[in-house]
Design a protein around this ligand. Sequence first.
Ligand code: FCB
Length: 433
Amino acid sequence: MFTHSRKEFGEDFIFGVAMAAHQIEGGQTDGRGSSIWDTFAATPGNIKNAENGIIACDHYNRWAEDLDLIRDGGFDAYRFSFSWPRLIPEGSGAVNQKGADFYDRLIDGMLERGIKPLATLYHWDLPSALQDKGGWMNRATAEAFADYAAEVGRRFGDRLATTATFNEPWCVTVLSHLLGIHAPGYRDIRAASRAMHHVMLAHGLGIDALRAEGVKNLGIVVNMEKCEPLTASPEDRKAADLGDAIFNQFFLDAAFHGSYPALVTDIIEPYLPKDWQADMQQIARPLDWVGVNYYTRSLYRHDASVPAFPFTQSRGDLAKNDLGWETYPVALTEFLQRVSDNYTKLPIYVTENGMSGPDDDSRIDFFDQHFEAIRQAQKNGVDVRGYVAWTLIDNFEWAEGFSARFGIVGMDPNTLDRQPRGSYRAFQDMLSR
Ligand code: FCB
C-alpha cells in the first residue's frame, strides 16, 4: 500500500492513468490507415522479439472493460491518444467514419463512468502517407497536423477535459530521427533538426486550430530526464549541460519563450530549415497547462570522437527497472520547480511516471516515492494539479515490444485477459482515502 493518500494533494488534484493508441488499440481494421509504427515494426531488427502492435491489447474491442478498470480503480481521469491514421487514414483529407465512431464511443464511455478525458493528438503514430512525403522533415506535415487538430476539435473538443498537441517532442524528433531507435528510425542530424522545428511549428499551429474550434484547456507534454555528469571534470559538466539543453530546455524554451537554447542552435543551425526564426512567434502560443513526463536520469561523459554532440551516456548504480532506468525521484521535485520558475505559473500535471518490471512491490514503492516528490514540490509552492500513472495495462512498449511491463494491470498476451496487480489495489486504496 502507499504511505500517501489522495487527500494530501488537495481537493482539485486529479489522479489518472495513461495509455497511447498504438500501444493498446490493435484493431487495424475498419479503415484505419498505415502508420510509421506499423512499417517500423515490420522491418527486421527494430523491435525486440519482432513484436508489433497489430493486436496489442485489443483495446479497440475491449475498451469498455478497460474503462471499467479505470473507474473501479477510483481514478478521476484517463489520458489517451487519438490515432491520426484511424481518423484520417491518409493523414490529410477524408475522415474514416468508423474511426470517428470509435472515439465517440470511447469518450462517451469515459463521461458515462465519470472519467475525465485527457486527450493527446500525437503519441507517435504518424500516418505513413505523410512519412512518404518526408514526415516531420517536411513543413507540410505541420500544416496537415493543424487540419487534423481542427477535425478533432470539431468532433470531440467539447467533451475533452484537456487536450495536448504532442507527447514528448524529444522522442518524436531526437530519439526517432537522430538516434534511430523509434519510428521512422532515421540517424540523420538534418532530419532530426528539421523534425525538431516542424514538430514545434505543428504544436503552435495545432493550438491555434484547436482554439479556433472553441476547444479549452490546451497544453503540451514534454519528457524530462535528469542529466548529470559522470565525473566532476569540467568536460563532463559541459556534456551534461548540453544534454540538458537538448532534452529539458529545447522544447519548453520554444513553447514558452519562442526561442531555442543557443547551446543547441550553435550545433544544429546549419541543418534547421531556412528562416526558422520567423516561425518562433507562431510556436509560442498561449497555453493553459503543461505536462511533464518523468522517469529517470542519465550520466554524461565528454567524448570528443562523437560528432555534433560530443558525449556518450550511461546509467548509474541506483536501483533500476528492468529496462535499466534508475529510480531517482528527487529530480521530479526539481523539474516541477524548474518548470514553474523558468517557464510558467500555469498548472503543471505529471502526465506520465511509472516503472517496468516483474516485481510489483518495487512498482508500488516507485509510485510512492514519486508522490513524495510531488508533495515536496507542492510544499515549495509549485502548482502541481495532477498525477497520471504510466500505465493501466501492460502494453506494446515500442522498441521493447511486450517485454516491458509498466502496467498496474497485467495482461496475458495469449488470452488478452487483464489481471489487476497489487499496485492497482494500492491505487484503489489510496484514492479512497
Ligand atoms: C514514455 C512514452 C510512453 C511509454 C513510456 C514508458 O516515453 O510516452 O508511451 O513508452 O515512456
